[in-house]
Write a protein that binds this ligand. Structure first.
Ligand code: AMP
Ligand code: MN
Ligand code: MN
Ligand code: MN
Length: 278
């Protein structure tokens, strides 16, 4: 039972790192990567809990990347989290988040919703990693929307009235930082970007040429057919296959069960076969 993509309160998840590890373990997980957005601050706590429970903890992070004017996510796995160039890149990627929050809050204010800046920050356990999820939670708690889906559909989703285009890092810098720290770079949830077949081909070819390692063949709630499609794409572009629940909280939009991913299609070359020996 392997899960190489999930979140804690260090980014926009609901459980703290130790709770994430405990729930994954309770769900039968034997190998887990905690992949908070743009931050590795939860790894130490997760590792010590994993050691107590006898589950293997893989260092992880989910990095926000701007590719062709849109946002994609790249998961880094099995890297040295003390690597300074990687930490510098993560700090750089996070830097813009407060400025973006200010702009989002200003746009919400024009719609008559006040206090989003302070409101979202107050809901973020880690003030270094405030995300749109925290803004969505503020919109719910202040009674402006019923749930997160509505917050993203009405205000915060890409292209919606209060969305703010944001410049993250670029794909080459991201791959270089992960590889430089001895890790493996994996494109997160490629099925969620709404890319055409051509865009996917361009992304996978470019990623591979930059030294990228793999793609998530399973994310969240893929079905067998999705997994086979992405397994074939991984095979075509010479990429390894990863899998992750993208768990944030129970009953969330990404929907995967923490710690329990379905089996990958047989043609896959699993990314974990390339992890450093323990
Ligand atoms: P950010 O990195 O701050 O732009 O926030 C993106 C995060 O918002 C994602 O990692 C998801 O956890 C969350 N998110 C994105 N779209 C939705 C949605 N439609 N419903 C709920 N959460 C979402
Ligand atoms: Mn998230
Ligand atoms: Mn993501
Ligand atoms: Mn994620």
């Amino acid at each position: 039972m392997i899960d190489l993509h999930c979140h804690s309160t260090v980014s926009d998840g609901a459980l703290n790192p130790a709770e994430v590890v405990r729930l994954a373990h309770a769900n039968g997980c034997t190998m887990l990567a905690l992949t908070d957005h743009d931050h590795t601050g939860g790894i130490a706590e997760a590792r010590s809990e994993a050691a107590k429970l006898g589950i293997r903890l893989i260092n992880g992070v989910e990095i926000s990347v701007t590719w062709r004017k849109g946002t994609i996510h790249v998961v880094g796995l099995d890297f040295d989290e003390t690597d300074q160039p990687l930490q510098n890149l993560l700090a750089e990627v996070r830097q813009g988040r407060l400025n973006r929050l200010e702009t989002i809050a200003a746009k919400l204010e024009k719609k008559g919703i006040v206090g989003a800046y302070e409101g979202a920050l107050a809901l973020a356990a880690n003030k270094e990693m405030v995300s749109r999820t925290h803004v969505a939670e503020f919109l719910i708690s202040s009674g402006h929307v019923k749930n997160k889906a509505q917050a993203f559909a009405k205000y915060l989703g890409d292209g919606k009235p209060c969305s703010v285009p944001h410049q993250w890092t670029d794909l080459a810098s991201c791959v270089n930082a992960i590889k430089g720290a001895g890790g493996l770079a994996v494109i997160a949830h490629p099925m969620r970007y709404g890319f055409s077949a051509t865009a996917k081909r361009n992304l996978f070819e470019e990623f591979k040429a930059l030294g990228g390692d793999g793609i998530e063949v399973h994310s969240g709630t893929t079905d067998k057919n999705d997994r086979l499609n992405y397994a074939l794409l991984a095979q075509r572009y010479g990429l390894l296959a990863s899998c992750g629940s993208d768990f944030h909280r129970t009953g969330d939009y990404s929907g995967g069960i923490l710690g329990a991913c379905p089996e990958l299609p047989e043609i896959c070359k699993p990314v974990w076969e390339c992890f450093k020996a323990v």
